[in-house]
Design a protein around this ligand. Structure first.
Ligand code: SF4
Length: 171
């Protein structure tokens, strides 16, 4: 007990304010994304998120996109429950063998044109959990064609928003 307390006091506070996560940065990026969504997706971009084997760290950041601070719905970005309503699949985690078929079926159920984003280091290349592992296929590209990789462990909401801007600009 005292050993843990001494260690905690010795380390101190390790978190700090993200200097990039300012209101101004979010607002200007969001307005740019909204213009692109209006021009290319008739005002509404639908995302189906798929956890293919994540530790859920990436999901926490993705959920934060919908919190009252980021509130990305005001920029025309909507998360949907069914792949049949989606333009984009946002996939997290290394693809576990158990999720391989489900991920493929989700992709097949998504109407064309469709895009796939690998979200987080694990989805990009297997990360720390999904390399040389009997239970894992590795990164998303081992199972599906990937249009965009957003690295980070996990990527923050602003990085996810910047990734969506890059995807729309390239589409
Ligand atoms: S990239 Fe990091 S946060 Fe995301 S699933 Fe992998 S280990 Fe978890």
């Amino acid at each position: 007990m005292f050993r843990i307390l001494r260690k905690t006091l010795g380390i101190g506070v390790v978190t700090e304010q993200d200097p990039a996560a300012t209101d101004e940065a979010l607002e200007s990026l969001g307005i740019e994304v909204k213009r692109l969504v209006e021009a290319r997706f008739n005002g509404s971009l639908a995302i189906r998120e798929v956890d293919a084997g994540s530790c859920n760290g990436c999901e926490l950041e993705i959920h934060a996109m919908n919190n009252p601070y980021h509130d990305v719905e005001r920029f025309g970005i909507h998360f949907v429950a069914s792949p049949r309503h989606a333009d984009v699949l946002l996939v997290t985690g290394p693809v576990s063998r158990h999720m391989e078929t489900a991920l493929l079926r989700t992709w097949e159920a998504t109407p064309a044109p469709k895009w796939v984003i690998a979200c987080g280091d694990c989805a990009c290349d297997g990360g720390i959990f999904g390399q040389d592992n009997y239970a894992s296929c590795g990164g998303v590209e081992a199972v599906l064609p990937v249009d965009l990789r957003i690295s980070g462990c996990p990527p923050a909401p602003l990085e996810l928003l910047a990734g969506l801007r890059a995807l729309i600009q390239a589409s």
